[in-house]
Design a protein around this ligand. Sequence first.
Ligand SMILES: Nc1ncnc2c1ncn2[C@@H]1O[C@H](COP(=O)(O)OP(=O)(O)OP(=O)(O)O)[C@@H](O)[C@H]1O
Ligand SMILES: [Mg+2]
Length: 261
Amino acid sequence: MDDRIIELKDIKKSYGRVYALGGINLHINRGEVVGLVGDNGAGKSTLIKVLAGAVQPSSGDILIKGKKVSEWNAAKSREYGIETVFQDRALAIQQTITRNIFMGRELVNPLGFLKVREQHRQAEKLMREIGFTSKVFSPDSIVGQLSGGERQGVAIARAIYNQSDLIILDEPTTALSLTETEKVFHFVRQARAAGRSILFIGHNIHHVFDIAERFVVVDRGRIVLEATKAEMGSAERLINFMEEIAHPKQEAMKTLAGGHQ
Ligand SMILES: Nc1ncnc2c1ncn2[C@@H]1O[C@H](COP(=O)(O)OP(=O)(O)OP(=O)(O)O)[C@@H](O)[C@H]1O
Ligand SMILES: [Mg+2]
């Protein structure tokens, strides 16, 4: 039996008459990297916002470790170990790595003073744990001086510090070069090795195929495919599948038309 961190049951979200999510059934197991893909407007971000508690579903249930949670919201999502790294607004770029890791959860002594050295020490440990190999950076480095991939690393380090079970990364590599993307992958693998689950959203199917071990394809608010890497076989098959749902071939159209005869 798999070890489910979170499970969505028939989650729907409508905006007026538009269904952004039309009944999503999805679960995330402990210690797995799941790739979430789909065309523009498919519902990926809406799905993440529901998981993060930033958006209330119109209907459906959210289960944590098998139990239904009522009145799901952002505070509960964090409390149950889900950390969402939204692109761009993830970090305070004028602040140090340490400040960013501890932001909102600072270590203070009984008198309310910041435990500066303790935070520094823990930030250093986290950076090592997550695989910051560059000697150039210390916990006192300003985040704005880091590369895009390294910034994602800081966000992941923060999620690890928060003991998150599930780290959600919304398009963490979209604006990054190949080298930077490799860094993010390295951080993701380290987080997974530390027992975390990762939900990775990406546009580049080759990237997602590389990093994830299970794939979920959404199309117009519904999950149209769930497959493990072994079942999928290659990134090309995943790409072909996605092209097929975006532009159904003549053959498929004929079959549909044939159904009416
Ligand atoms: N706040 C909103 N109000 C109205 N409609 C919305 C809102 N948010 C999303 N939608 C609609 O819901 C659908 C799914 O949007 P969503 O942002 O989840 O897609 P996505 O898969 O993340 O797309 P992209 O790859 O472009 O980021 C779209 O049709 C979108 O226009
Ligand atoms: Mg989106």
